[in-house]
Structures are given as C-alpha cells and as structure tokens.
Ligand binder design. Structure first.
Ligand code: NAD
Ligand code: IPM
Ligand code: MN
Length: 351
C-alpha cells in the first residue's frame, strides 16, 4: 500500500488538490492501485484559529507513516509575513531533507507557449533546484531597525555537502533519463565565495560524468537563453533562489503557472509533491484555477512511487484535454476548475 498525506493548504490549493485526488482515485480503480489518503488541515485558517503552523511531531509522523505527501499551496493575505507558509512548506522541505526540487519544464502542446514556432522538443528540460539551503535559511538580522541607520543582513548558505549532492543528482538523472547535457547556473562572477564553491564542485562532478556534456551559464544569461533558445537545455542545476525564479520563467514557457508541476525529493524517503504555483488568493473559491499543475504533480508522485503506467496515463489524458481545448480560461478554454478536472478524468477513463 502507498500511504499519501494530502495537505491542500490555502487559496486555490484545496480546489486544485481536490481535482488531483479525484483523478488519483479514478487511476486507483482503473489500475487497481492500493493508495491510502490521509488529509491534514495545515494552513492559514488553522494558524489564525490556533497559532499552529507545522504541528509538533509532524515531521517524524510524515517520515514514519507516509510514502509521499501531496500539497496545494500556502500563502494568505491575512498572514502578511507568510509565517505559516515558511513553517509548513519550508519546514517540510528542510526538516525532511528534501534536497532535490525537481521541476520539469515540458511543453504539452505547441499552442500553449508564448514563443513563436516552437516544437514540443524545443521546450523539454528539467530544473534541479537546490532545496535545503542558499538564501532560504533565514539567517541574518537587523541592526537599528526602524531608524534611518538601519542595517539588514540576509545570509546565503552554500555547503560543500549541499552543493555536491544536488549537482550529483542532476548528473545521475541525466544519465538515467538519456539526457545529454547538464547546465549549472550561478552568479560566481559576483558571488565569489559561495558560488565559487558551485564552480569547483561542478567541475569535479563533470569529470566523474564524462559521458554527459557539462556547461555553465551565469543566471542572467540563462534567463535570456531560456526564452531565445530553450531547446539547448536538458538538465539545469542551480541554487534555491535562482531555481525558484527560473522555474516560474519555465512555467511561462509552458503556458503559465497553471501547468507546472514539481517534486521535493530525497530519493528513497518520503517526498513532497506540489504545483509550482502559489495560492493565487484572488482566484480562491471561484472555480477558475487551472487544476492541470496539480494533476500533473499527482502524476509525478505516482512515478516517484514506481507506478509508471497510471502516471503516464494521467499525463496523456491531460495532453488530450489540452489538445481539445477542454481547459480553464488561463490557457484559452471555457471550463471551471471542477469541469476541467472532470474532462481529464473522462479522458483517463476512455484510456
Ligand atoms: P501565484 O503562483 O499564487 O499566482 C501568480 C499568478 O499565476 C496568478 O495571479 C495567476 O495569474 C497565475 N496562476 C497561478 N496558479 C494558477 C492556476 N492554478 N491556474 C491559473 N492561473 C494560475 O503567486 P503569487 O500571486 O506571487 O503568490 C500568492 C501567494 O502564494 C503568496 O502568499 C505566495 O507566497 C504563495 N506561494 C506559495 C507557493 C507554495 O506554497 N508552493 C508557491 C508560490 C507562491
Ligand atoms: C515555490 C514558492 C516558495 C519558494 C515560497 C512560497 C516559499 O515560491 O515553491 O516556488 O520560494 O520556494
Ligand atoms: Mn516560486
């Protein structure tokens, strides 16, 4: 049995996760899967009502009792400092040591991309975003806060171990998935200590994977090439903050955040799957959010659990819906969230 913790979260999270779970339940029936879902109400409402973000003991419970975690998004205008989202989402990424944030950038249909005259093969790469350190460590502080002399310091942490393992994971993935090239992206021309560590570590790893082409781009020029010639990328590996930014750019190439899926992975351990998008509070409760990102995230989760056939079937059902325009309005369709989810399930059922 595969035990799945479901944490819908805030804003559009519950609506898109409902569609993802309904789709998983249909796959469960069609493919005779043994999936068991347990729901958790962690998020802004719970935080505002009780002060609880990530409950005491949650991390050890997730590690001991679950194979995977499926989440929507965290973020609510009533929590301006985003405290609960940091505790829950970053708490799970760091606390479960989910060091790989795997974010595929894959065009499902030519009509979705804002780029002209592109084939599916031109936009088909994966980003390995470091997920446990970098700028996401909350180290720093203020001096003379609130005065004209205020100083604010925010530290970036790069450890040898952390950099090494994400770069190695990117090369391993390239080898296993028949990808030819790994591109490491940093800003080592300016961040001459932290990102020099990335440079040295990358060169050493590249020597160990001589069958894979290794190249480097500063992150600014990476952003340009992602738009002008995305076909040159197979696997991109980068730090936590740059990975956050370039994967929203990648989502843009795919047709928007309504389509982009991701996994937070520690191979062999309980891992967390979530759409790249946030809680889009302005759409919450309106039945307009695109459920595709969440549904493709569920498919990624099945693949992680070794259930490749239903994973691929869900992806292909989504592709057929996009082809037929059975989608929400962000990508040109006329359906609501629920109806777009139903359309995917009809395609899945039809096989
Ligand atoms: P967002 O991703 O929520 O939305 C940005 C824009 O993308 C939306 O205005 C919308 O145009 C589009 N979009 C996103 N998801 C969509 C969907 N499913 N269907 C159709 N269009 C969609 O980013 P934001 O507005 O910057 O942030 C809102 C909140 O979400 C903030 O609190 C932020 O911190 C949080 N956030 C959380 C996560 C997460 O939990 N993983 C990720 C990103 C942002
Ligand atoms: C993401 C989000 C998160 C991040 C926020 C909500 C903390 O933008 O998952 O991409 O910055 O990692
Ligand atoms: Mn982001």
């Amino acid at each position: 049995m595969k035990r799945i913790a479901v944490i819908p979260g805030d804003g559009i999270g519950p609506e898109v996760i409902a569609e993802a779970v309904e789709t998983l339940k249909l796959a469960q029936r069609l493919y005779h899967l043994d999936l068991d879902f347990t729901w958790f109400d962690w998020g802004a409402d719970k935080y505002l009502a009780s002060g609880t973000t990530l409950p005491e003991g949650a991390l050890s419970m997730l590690s001991a009792d679950f194979d995977a975690i499926l989440t929507g998004a965290f973020g609510d205008p009533r929590v301006p400092d985003n405290r609960h989202a940091a505790d829950i989402l970053l708490g799970m990424r760091m606390g479960l040591d989910l060091y790989i944030n795997l974010r595929p950038v894959k065009l499902l249909n030519r009509k979705l991309t804002p780029l002209r005259e592109r084939d599916l093969s031109d936009i088909n790469f994966v980003v390995f975003r470091e997920n446990t350190e970098g700028m996401y460590v909350f180290m720093g502080g203020n001096f003379k806060k609130g005065t004209p002399d205020e100083i604010a310091i925010q530290e970036e942490i790069n450890t040898r171990k952390g950099v090494e393992r994400i770069i190695t994971a990117a090369f391993e993935y390239a080898r296993e998935h028949g990808r030819r090239r790994v591109t490491m992206s940093d800003k080592s021309n300016v961040l001459t200590y932290g990102h020099d560590l990335w440079q040295r570590t990358f060169k050493e790893a590249a020597a160990r994977y001589s069958d894979i082409e290794a190249n480097h781009l500063y992150v600014d020029v990476l952003a340009m090439w992602m738009v002008l010639d995305p076909g040159r990328f197979d696997v991109i590996v980068t730090n936590n903050l740059f990975g956050d930014i370039v994967t929203d750019l990648g989502a843009g190439l795919q047709g928007g955040l309504g389509l982009a899926a991701s996994g937070n992975i520690n191979p062999g351990k309980v891992s967390l799957f979530e759409p790249v998008h946030g809680s889009a509070p302005q759409f919450a409760g309106k039945n307009v959010a695109n459920p595709i990102a969440a549904v493709l995230t569920a498919s990624m989760m099945l693949e992680y659990l070794g259930l490749n056939e239903p994973a691929r079937a869900i992806e292909s059902a989504v592709e057929r819906c996009v082809e037929e325009g059975l989608t929400t309005s962000d990508i040109g369709g006329a359906l609501g969230t629920k109806e777009a989810g139903d359309a995917i399930r009809r395609q899945l059922h039809a096989g």
